[in-house]
Design a protein around this ligand. Structure first.
Ligand code: GCW
Length: 606
């Protein structure tokens, strides 16, 4: 099993330890001589001072010392020397992993096996696996883990009730790694306790949450807070009582404030019962419509967590306008490591190039935290596909410092994990970095998204969501495809500042990869490079398939150890099948509609 710290032979110690104790242990086991000085005011920050005799002086906060230790250890494993003093501190306060784990042991959108935390309706885990995970997450700089699904199904409410001691025991295991737990809560939970309402303005409801929070923090004093999915896809929320989301979030915030906890409130609110005939509603506009007017109305321990795009983790979406527009509110951007729409951890899909694009568009200080939906599970390698671990690790590096260079981050992961020779390392890094673009080419074209099989979201089905309730339509007909989201169309683009509107509003200057997200265009539309839109769709799909074949051949030449080699080979074969299905089905779909043949005469099935 190849995990990025698997060359650390030492077991993670048993028993209680502080992050500083753990830092000492890890350094000693790695043979690194260091003197540690704890400065509580430094928090996650640290300073490393190399001395002349190979000794390091480390200064840092409680968790900062641990991050310093992992910095030294990873440098050592990568064969790098730290010769001059360096200081570092994370850009974002909460660097969160959101696990969508259910108490029955299943994981919503999980592609790495069963839950690491739950089975049979109970908290259930291997302490050894949790410690290995803690070490992995801490070494990547992550510091908050939400254990249960945002869809809080029975009996997950019991985590705040009779399962509290189990939650506390799990928190104890993660604590030395500087990882604080978070729990997803059910907004209607007071109704399980004889209160007839969950109205956030009801005194009984407010008291119930205050008392519950007191009990929870008595058991887990450093709980990071509550994560809430309300009024979203059937979940209960304040709308039932005619209240808005500031009323709901602030009520919970009041309960958590005495304990320093946050309410992380998701903004994934839209009409999921839309009629496909309804052209007045455009789903990407929904989050802005529900939240923008509430800017400034949220308590200071509320964080609004917004998916990076206005839809739902498609291969390419613009940055959500909400992340740009709520200047008086604590904001977090939500990413998705779980490859729901991006290949199920079967297809290779390295996310950091996509994340870099998002972070580059975010103005400084527009968000204070980041979250990512977990790709973890109880498979031996934790992420199902051994190479999907690169997403977990590099997410941590970007959450610490969004300016981290993509190639440097992927190279670091590759070196830590496999220790290949330099030619092999370069080859794997370049395959990983190009994998997102390849996947994008063979799936839904030019930002249109959603041409997947409904429900499980793997494999092509160009009209699978076309007449469904979810507001995700492409409206391809014989002449044209796409939805006009400019001012003249649905007006979605009006939610952005002027410079962004300007960048996308004209199809002649709109960046190609977003073209069909913003515009409805005829197949004969001339792209900037002179090709027609239909030709570009065909070309991308054939290229994506060819690139997948080349990827498969190149991967097979790399000396992966077992069991990784077998798993990678098996998944690559499934990716080849998937890429061919996508290429042929999408090309056939557009050929049948448009009747326009491929200029290059390649095989398109009619
Ligand atoms: O689109 C949906 C996913 C759901 C998920 C939801 C969300 C947890 O398909 O599985 O539910 O997004 O983000 O809340």
């Amino acid at each position: 099993m190849n995990l990025w710290l698997n060359r650390l032979a030492s077991p993670v110690p048993a028993g209680p330890a502080t992050p500083a104790d753990l830092a000492r242990y890890e350094l000693e086991s790695a043979g690194i001589r260091a003197v540690l000085q704890e400065d509580p005011s430094m928090g996650d920050a640290y300073r490393i001072d190399p001395q002349e005799d190979g000794l390091f002086r480390l200064a840092g906060g409680k968790t900062g010392l641990l991050y310093a230790a992992y910095r030294l250890i990873t440098a050592q494993l990568c064969g790098e020397s730290i010769l001059s003093p360096l200081s570092d501190a994370p850009k974002y306060a909460l660097r969160m992993i959101n696990c969508w784990d259910n108490m029955d042991g299943s994981v919503e959108r999980g592609y790495s096996g069963r839950s690491l935390f739950f089975e049979n309706g109970r908290v259930s885990y291997s302490a050894e696996r949790i410690k290995t995970l803690g070490r992995l997450l801490a070494s990547a700089g992550l510091n908050v883990l939400c254990v249960n699904n945002v869809n809080v199904h029975d009996p997950a409410q019991r985590l705040l009730e009779d399962y509290l001691p189990d939650l506390a025991a799990l928190a104890d295991l993660f604590r030395p790694f500087g990882i604080r737990l978070m729990v997803s809560v059910d907004f209607s939970q007071p109704m399980r306790h004889g209160i007839p309402t969950a109205d956030p303005l009801s005194p009984d409801v407010r008291n119930w949450w205050k008392e519950t929070a007191a009990g929870v923090y008595a058991a887990v004093p450093d709980l990071a807070g509550f994560l809430v999915k309300a009024d979203s896809e059937g979940r209960p929320g304040p709308f039932t009582y005619g209240r808005n989301h500031a009323d709901g979030a602030n009520m919970l915030a009041e309960a958590l404030r005495p304990f320093g906890g946050y309410v992380v409130w998701r903004c994934f609110v839209y009409n999921c019962r839309q009629d496909w005939r309804d052209t007045a509603t455009d789903r990407p506009k929904a989050a802005w419509e529900h939240y923008a007017f509430l800017d400034g109305a949220f308590a200071d321990n509320v964080i609004l967590q917004v998916k990076h795009g206005p839809f739902d983790f498609q291969v390419r979406e613009p940055l959500s306008p909400l992340l740009l527009g709520m200047k008086q509110t604590n904001m977090a951007m939500e990413l998705q490591l779980a490859q729901e729409y991006t290949g199920h951890q079967i297809d290779l899909y390295t996310m950091i190039p996509m994340w870099k694009e998002l972070f580059e568009e975010l103005p400084a200080d527009s968000i204070m935290s980041v979250a990512a939906v977990s790709n973890l599970g109880n498979d031996e390698n934790y992420t199902g596909h051994p190479l999907a671990a690169v997403n977990l690790y590099t997410y941590g590096l970007l959450a610490w410092n969004p300016e981290t260079d993509a190639e440097a981050a992927v190279t670091r992961w590759t070196r830590l994990t496999y220790g290949f020779c330099s030619a092999e390392e370069r080859s794997l890094v370049s395959l990983l970095l190009s994998s997102r673009r390849t996947y994008e080419k063979y799936t839904a074209p030019l930002g249109i998204g959603w041409m997947v099989n409904p429900h499980d979201h793997y494999g092509p089905n160009p009209s699978g969501y076309e007449y469904d309730l979810w507001g995700t339509y492409h409206k391809a007909n014989r002449e044209a495809v796409g939805i006009d989201r400019t001012h003249a169309g649905t007006g979605y683009l009006d939610q952005y500042p002027e410079e962004i509107r300007h960048k996308y509003e004209d199809p002649d200057t709109c960046p190609d990869l977003y073209l069909l997200f913003y515009h409805r265009l005829p197949y004969t539309f001339r792209m900037k490079d002179g090709r027609t839109l239909i030709q570009r769709i065909y070309d991308d799909h054939f290229e994506g398939l060819e690139e997948t074949r080349a990827l498969s051949a190149a991967l097979s030449r790399l000396p992966f150890p077992e069991p990784d080699a077998s798993v990678i080979r098996e998944r690559m074969n499934r990716q080849l099948y998937n890429a061919r299905e996508w290429c042929d089905i999408i090309n056939t779909f557009f050929f049948r509609l448009s009747g326009i043949p491929d200029e290059k005469g390649r095989k398109i099935y009619d």
